[in-house]
Design a protein around this ligand. Structure first.
Ligand SMILES: [Zn+2]
Length: 55
């Protein structure tokens, strides 16, 4: 098993895990319209270098 194959497999596993965690969150937010508050990272993503979206 080469290092490249190891990295590709690791990325696939991590990506699958992210989708597995994000899917229920996305479904929950698609069904509710109320704001979860500024602490909700989904409603208010705290991405670096994007200060315009803070409201
Ligand atoms: Zn939210």
């Amino acid at each position: 098993m080469s290092t490249f194959e190891y990295v590709v497999g690791l990325v696939l596993v991590v990506w699958g895990l992210v989708l597995f965690i994000a899917t229920p969150l996305a479904l929950a937010h698609s069904r509710t319209e109320h704001d979860h508050g500024p602490d909700c990272w989904w409603c208010h993503p705290h991405l670096p270098g994007r200060r315009r979206e803070q409201q």
